[in-house]
Design a protein around this ligand. Structure first.
Ligand code: ZN
Length: 165
């Protein structure tokens, strides 16, 4: 067992994940495209397109789904539901501790809250960082934090009279 020198291997190890070729490919792709979020299908298509000759075996759907779930659970990926209710995945931005987002119970849109919260977003991030550091000092590892606010978004609140049950 050697200490992984590859940054992707190091990330996988640090989060208790096996450093498989599939895991390297998926995480490597998302880290290389940090500003893009992908649905399962889009990610599968993107990875199939980039396969080189030595690694041409397409990732099967089930493996990809499981892998994405694991990467999301350990906080390496960010999962958001778009307006058409599709789950979209993106690499977790480095140095971000709490990504506040709003889940509307009426239109089911999942939107980031940084802009709406403005200065409070910074306070939240600092609070999240100190909470994570306190837990780390106690020996907790591989932590991620999800800050979700649920309710009815401003658009729905003003346009819909009766809310769905
Ligand atoms: Zn809404």
């Amino acid at each position: 067992m050697s200490t992984p020198s590859d940054p992707i291997d190091a990330l996988l190890s640090a989060h208790g994940l096996r450093r498989t070729a599939a895991a390297r490919r998926v995480l490597g792709w998302l880290l290389a495209h940090p500003d893009t979020s992908y649905t399962h299908a889009q990610l599968q298509a993107a990875l199939a397109g980039e396969g080189d000759a030595a690694d041409s075996a397409a990732l099967d759907r089930v493996t990809l789904y499981r892998l994405i779930d694991r990467l999301t659970q350990v906080g390496l990926l960010l999962c958001r539901v778009d307006a058409s209710r599709a789950r979209r995945y993106q690499a977790m931005p480095a140095g971000v501790h709490a990504m506040p987002h709003f889940e509307c119970q009426s239109c089911h849109r999942d939107s980031p809250l940084e802009n709406a919260l403005q200065a409070s977003a910074g306070d939240l991030d600092r609070a999240a960082q100190s909470a994570l550091e306190a837990l780390k000092a106690l020996g907790y590892q591989g932590m991620s934090l999800d800050f979700a606010v649920r309710g009815v978004c401003a658009d729905c609140a003003t346009s819909v009279k009766g809310l769905p049950a």
